[in-house]
Structure formats: structure tokens, C-alpha cells
Design a protein around this ligand. Structure first.
Ligand code: ADP
Ligand code: MG
Length: 313
């Protein structure tokens, strides 16, 4: 019996630049096609860290070169551009892979807006570094002229940090559901979604933020009433004592066990922690739901219970 699966693709599924992404999506398409071939309904979400940084930097160069002609590009617009570019590569690679296997199925990307709360405390504590590295003098100028918040990033230079608010709901969810139910393979919530908040009337205003794709994928899976949330990343399983001599890979976890390990600090903030938090939230959202964290290449084996870390009640 086919399941409804939401897949969250991590950085290793897309690479860091144009040629890397072009090559990576070919492998990614194979992993996704394996699940479609087995009869599962697949919805794809993905990250956009390197891509949104690249686009933001390019747009900033344009403004620097011709300030009378171009205004600074809002971050929400940069996220939208990244969804278009990544969606294009994924649609192209998946279409080819499916046709090569004799599967005729439409693949479509939905530019997805995701509502965040203007009161989210994350707006007062930006944590997510994006874009180019700057000298201290450039950083000072950007703080004065644009009101950016800048931090020194691990000895590599100064970078803009942006807010990473929690996703509240997916604006295009009904369109996404209709497309899934019509049998299409849908790419949605790219880069965590275009962050927007409600102002007066029906107006949605773009927010200067980047939403975490693990949390956005969790909301997408919940709102689509998916059976499984699969977070595909660069490790086959989640570990306790990660990187230490007594490192132990985990096969299955209850939400309660996962929380205990979280409290003990086993999962790194900004990388594994949001994945485990998203997995716990999804597993708890309704009976019978499970989340799987595994390696991109192991997606098929993971779904058939052969590998990965599964979180379920
Ligand atoms: P993605 O781009 O898929 O979101 P991240 O780099 O953000 O990938 O997160 C995955 C990384 O988290 C792994 O490659 C691993 O290096 C790191 N990690 C941190 N803590 C753990 C842990 N406890 N178990 C496994 N991996 C961990
Ligand atoms: Mg990540």
C-alpha cells in the first residue's frame, strides 16, 4: 500500500553552486524516483542555504554598482528566486528520471508562502548567517546604511544574520493538496518557504527572514496528513555522543526518548537538533505517524525499515 510521504532534502541533495547542483539533482532524482516507483505519493521540500546566499549576494552587488537604478532586494524575494531556481533543476531531473523508468507523472513546483508570526521572538534574535563574508569596515557600513545585523562567523569574516522564525501555516496548502491528489509529484516549501506575515485586510507582507526547512517540512507533512516525514541528510542515522569514541547510532526512538537525548545535548543546534525536533513534532501530531532521518541514498531502504533512525510513538 503506497504511503503519503513528505521528503525534506538537505544540503547534500543540492550542492553549493550551479554545477554542483546540476550534478547533485541527478542522484537526488534517483532516490525520489525509487519511492515513486514503489507506489508512494511523494511531496518534496528542500533547503536553500547556499542558493539564497548566492542570490542575495548577486542582488546586493547590483545595488552597490548602480544605486540609482536598483534598490536592495528583500530577502523574501531572494527566497522566492531560490525556490524557482531549485524547483527548475528538480523538475527537470525528476521528469527525466521518471520517463527513463517508463513512469509518466507530472512534476510541478509550487512557489510557497509560509506564514510566520510578527511577534516571533526570533525577529529580535537573528541567528541564521547568510550570504557573503565581509571585512569589519564593510560590516560597519552595512549596519549603518542598511540596518543589517552582522556577526563574525567562525573566524571567516562578518556576515549578515537574519531571523529564523517558526513556520505557522502554509498559505498555498490547498493548492498543494489538490495537486498531490491529482497524482502530481509536488515540490513545495522550498528553502522553508517564503516568509510572510499578515498585515491589514488580506495582505501578506514578505519578512526579512529564512525559515528552517526541517520545521517547514514538518508543518507541510502535518497539513497534508502525510503518513511519513523523511528527512534526508548527510548521515545514515542519528547518534548519541556524535563524533565521540562512545558514539552510538540509533535505530528507533520514541518522542520521549528523543526529548531526553535533546535535553542531554546530543544533537547540535542548527544541524541535527531541528531535524529531531521536527521528527518528534510530526510523530506526536497523530497516531500512526512516523518520521525517518537517513542518508539521501538510503531513502528506499529507510522506508522499508532496513536503515535510518525512526521516531514514532
Ligand atoms: P542538512 O543540510 O541536511 O540540513 P545539516 O548539516 O544541517 O544537514 O545537518 C546534518 C548534520 O548534523 C550531519 O551531517 C552531522 O554532521 C550533524 N550532526 C550533529 N549532531 C548529530 C548527531 N547527534 N547525530 C548525527 N549527526 C549529527
Ligand atoms: Mg540543516
Amino acid at each position: 500500500m503506497g504511503k503519503r510521504i513528505v521528503i525534506a532534502l538537505g544540503g547534500n541533495a543540492l550542492g553549493n553552486n550551479l554545477p554542483e547542483q546540476m550534478a547533485a539533482v541527478k542522484q537526488t532524482a534517483k532516490a525520489i524516483a525509487d519511492l515513486i516507483q514503489e507506489g508512494h505519493q511523494v511531496v518534496i521540500a528542500h533547503g536553500n542555504g547556499p542558493q539564497v546566499g548566492m542570490i542575495q549576494q548577486a542582488m546586493a552587488e547590483l545595488t552597490r554598482a548602480e544605486p540609482e537604478k536598483y534598490i536592495p532586494c528583500p530577502l523574501s524575494v531572494c527566497v522566492a528566486m531560490s525556490q524557482g531556481y531549485i524547483g527548475y533543476d528538480l523538475q527537470n531531473a525528476l521528469r527525466e528520471e521518471l520517463l527513463d523508468r517508463g513512469i509518466s507523472k507530472g512534476v510541478a513546483t509550487v512557489l510557497t508562502q509560509v506564514e510566520v508570526s510578527p511577534d516571533d521572538p526570533a525577529f529580535h534574535h537573528p541567528t541564521k548567517p547568510i550570504g557573503a563574508f565581509h571585512s569589519p569596515d564593510e560590516a560597519k557600513l552595512l549596519i549603518q546604511q542598511r540596518g543589517y545585523q552582522m556577526v563574525e562567523d567562525a573566524g571567516r569574516g562578518w556576515r549578515r544574520v537574519v531571523a529564523s522564525p517558526r513556520p505557522v501555516s502554509i498559505v498555498e496548502i490547498d493548492s498543494i493538496r489538490d495537486m498531490v491528489e491529482a497524482g502530481l509529484v509536488v515540490v513545495a516549501c522550498g528553502g522553508g518557504g517564503i516568509p510572510v506575515f499578515q498585515t491589514e485586510g488580506h495582505h501578506l507582507k514578505g519578512a526579512a527572514a529564512v525559515i528552517d526547512k526541517d520545521f517547514a517540512s514538518c508543518v507541510l507533512a502535518q497539513q497534508l496528513e502525510a503518513d511519513t516525514l523523511i528527512i534526508l541528510t548527510a548521515v545514515e542515522k542519528v547518534a548519541v555522543n556524535f563524533g565521540k569514541p562512545d558514539q552510538t547510532w540509533l535505530d528507533t526512538l520514541t518522542p520521549e526518548q528523543a526529548e531526553e537525548y535533546m535535553d542531554q545535548g546530543h544533537f547540535a543546534p542548527g544541524s541535527m537538533l531541528p531535524k529531531v525536533q521536527a521528527a518528534v513534532q510530526f510523530a506526536r501530531s497523530a497516531p500512526g505517524r512516523s518520521a525517518l532521518i537517513t542518508l539521501l541514498e538510503k531513502a528506499k531502504d529507510g522506508v522499508s525499515g532496513k536503515t535510518g533512525t525512526v521516531i514514532r510513538q
